[in-house]
Design a protein around this ligand. Sequence first.
Ligand SMILES: C[S@@+](CC[C@H](N)C(=O)[O-])C[C@H]1O[C@@H](n2cnc3c(N)ncnc32)[C@H](O)[C@@H]1O
Length: 303
Amino acid sequence: VLLLIMCQVSGNMFMDVIVISYLQLHFRYKIPSVTSQTARRVFKTATKTCSEQDKAMVAKYLSHSTATADNHYRMLQPDMVCQAKKLIATLAGDSAHFNRRQPSEQRIIAYIDKQGWESNVPNGVKLFNEWKPSGKEDHVMDSQQIQKLVKSQKWKGLHITDIEGKGKGVLATRTFQPGEVICDYHGSIVTAKKGKEIHQETSEEETGYVFFYTNKKGKPMAIDAHSSSCDCHPGKQTFGRMINHLRTFNLRPRLFTLQKDEEEKDVILLIATKAIKVNEELSFDYGVDCRSFGGEGSGISWL
Ligand SMILES: C[S@@+](CC[C@H](N)C(=O)[O-])C[C@H]1O[C@@H](n2cnc3c(N)ncnc32)[C@H](O)[C@@H]1O
C-alpha cells in the first residue's frame, strides 16, 4: 500500500499524482482506492524517521515521468538509484521484514505497535491471516530475518521424527506457503573433491549428508553435513541434513551468496514449491542418480 501511496505523492511537496505508476502498482498489488489525503498522511507517517535528504530522494525517485525522465536520468547516479530503491523497499516493508517467512501473529502486532502509527493502523490478525511471501526470491538473502535464521539455525515450524523406511525425516508443524524459505542445508563448505573424499571415508550411517553443487564462479563445491552436529552449533541437530528425497518434492534447493565482511559465503536455502500442510513430510529431489549427494544412491530403489 505504501508503495502505491508513495507513487501517488511525489515531488518536493510529495503531492503530484503519478497516474501511470499509480495504476500499474494499484493493479499489481490489488489495492483498494484511497484518497490523496490518506496517501499524504501515510507517506508522512512512514517517512517520519527518515532524514529530509532521504525523503527528498524517495520523492525524486518516484517522480519520473516521460517529461522529466531525461533530466532525471542525467542527474541520477546508479548508487543513488539503488539507495532510493532500497529505501522504498524498506519503507514498504519489503526486504527488511517478513518477506519469505511467515511471522507469528504476536510479531506482527508488536511490529505495528512499535511504529507508533496513530491512524489507519493495520489489523495484525488480518495481516497474519492474509500473509503471503513477498519480494523477489533473488533478494531473499538480503533479509535480516533469513540471515539471522541461517546463523542461529533456529528455524521454526519443523520437527525431526522417524519416517518409515527412511530413517529420520522432517515434518512441518505449521502450514507453509509456496515461496517460503523453510531452512538452509547447513554444514561446512568444502570443494567437491574434498566432499567426495569425506563421502568415501564416512561410515555407512554417515553417508548421504554431503550436498554437491556448483558455486557462482562455476566451481564444483559441496556442503559437508556428515556430522550430526556441526562445530558452529555443537549439540544441535540442524534440519536441512535430515530432509529426505522425494521425486514429488515440496522443496527446492537454491544457491544464494551471503555477503559478510568483504567475504562471500554460499548458502543453500530450501524453498517451498507448493503449499505445505501440517504434518506433511518435507522433501526435495536429490537429483537423478542422487546428484546432490555425490551419486551415492545410484541404483537405489527409492530414487
Ligand atoms: C540427507 S539424509 C536424510 C536424513 C536421513 N533419513 C536420516 O535419518 O538421517 C539422506 C539419507 O536418507 C535416506 N533417504 C533419503 N531419502 C530417502 C527415501 N526417499 N527413501 C529411503 N531413504 C531415504 C538415505 O539413507 C540417504 O542417504
